[in-house]
Design a protein around this ligand. Structure first.
Ligand code: VAH
Length: 320
């Protein structure tokens, strides 16, 4: 049985749908700290789990005989800079609880997301290698860097089967992201449909690594399905698809909505974006477990505008 912690979130919700499709509704338990995503809450087995409370996680794992945990609960980069201590507590305590449950043999396998946020301003910015200098300047990035160290430690010392990916910015339409720096790349599509106008909080030439949600979910399922010997990196794998700037995504949207306008008013999130790589070398993921992305910026733009147009313009959507 599979437990998703943080199932109401941007990635957790889509993992829930996908894992239920693959393994069957009754084998996938969705959980979160609150009932914040009613589609998820009403879509199958849902439990309130406080990822920061060991007993809360353990109770759920025993109740449903869970053997695999996807720990998707976290406070992201932008919000983490507003609440540094909360970000540290949530992001690290939740990981320790799940790692310790695996060490104590209550669960067999863990997926834990890392991020390009582990890299900092001293990291080479283009085609950032798997192994390089990492001096993250956000609390979120610090929690991901230290989390990677613990994942590798628990694997090497206690043989815990934990697998991890350094996600780039992720673009999706089903569930809004919460408190990320790359969220502009989601908001811009919503605003293109609703307002034909977007006030962008990053500068026009801010190039960042990005990925469509379908690619991110495929990578997550693929690494979890890989045989243990193929998962040679147990800190976290670099994972890449495309990179683009706000200017480039705006130009792509204009091909579909010619009257779309964008203005730029960088805020505190510009400094966060400036500290991250512009592109990522994910050759280890491609060679170890045959990763490859499918969606280009054009493909993402078509799908995002198509789906959001249906949602906002009221055409009945087929259920998930
Ligand atoms: C954020 N979307 O912006 C997350 C992610 C690489 C970006 O970690 O914080």
């Amino acid at each position: 049985k599979i437990l998703i912690i943080g199932a109401c979130g941007q990635i957790g919700s889509e993992l829930t749908y996908k894992l239920r499709h693959i393994y069957g509704d009754d084998n996938v338990i969705a959980s979160d700290i609150s009932y914040s995503n009613k589609e998820i809450v009403n879509s199958g087995i849902f439990e309130i789990v406080d990822a920061q409370d060991y007993a809360s996680v353990k109770t759920c794992i025993e109740k449903f005989k869970i053997d695999t945990v996807y720990l998707m609960a976290a406070m992201l980069s932008a919000t983490g800079e507003k609440y540094p201590v909360k970000a540290w507590d949530l992001n690290t305590s939740s990981l320790f609880h799940v790692l310790n449950l695996a060490k104590a043999k209550f669960i067999k396998k863990i997926f834990w997301p890392s991020s390009i946020a582990v890299f900092g301003p001293t990291t080479p910015t283009e085609y950032t290698p798997q192994y390089t200098v990492m001096e993250p300047t956000t609390v979120y990035g610090i929690t991901k860097q230290v989390g990677e160290r613990w994942c590798e430690y628990y694997h090497n010392k206690y043989n815990v089967d934990v697998r991890s990916l350094r996600y780039p910015g992720i673009i999706s339409w089903k569930t809004l992201p919460g408190g990320g720096t790359t969220d502009y790349a989601v908001e811009i599509y919503h605003k293109a449909i609703t307002d034909k106008f977007y006030d962008c909080f990053l500068k026009t030439d801010t190039k960042l690594p990005m990925m469509f949600m379908d690619d991110a979910i495929k990578a997550t399922i693929d690494i979890m399905k890989a045989k243990p010997s193929a998962v040679k990196i147990r800190s976290s794998y670099n994972l890449a698809a495309i990179s683009f700037t706000p200017r480039e995504v705006a130009a792509c949207i204009k091909k579909h909505i010619p009257e779309f306008k964008i203005v730029y008013n960088p805020d505190y999130r510009q400094q966060i974006a400036n500290s991250w790589p512009k592109s990522i070398n994910d050759s280890y993921a491609r060679q170890d477990w045959s990763w490859k992305h499918a969606f280009s910026l054009e493909g993402i733009t078509e799908e995002m505008l198509f789906q959001l147009n249906k949602r906002y313009n009221g055409i009945l959507r087929k259920s998930h």
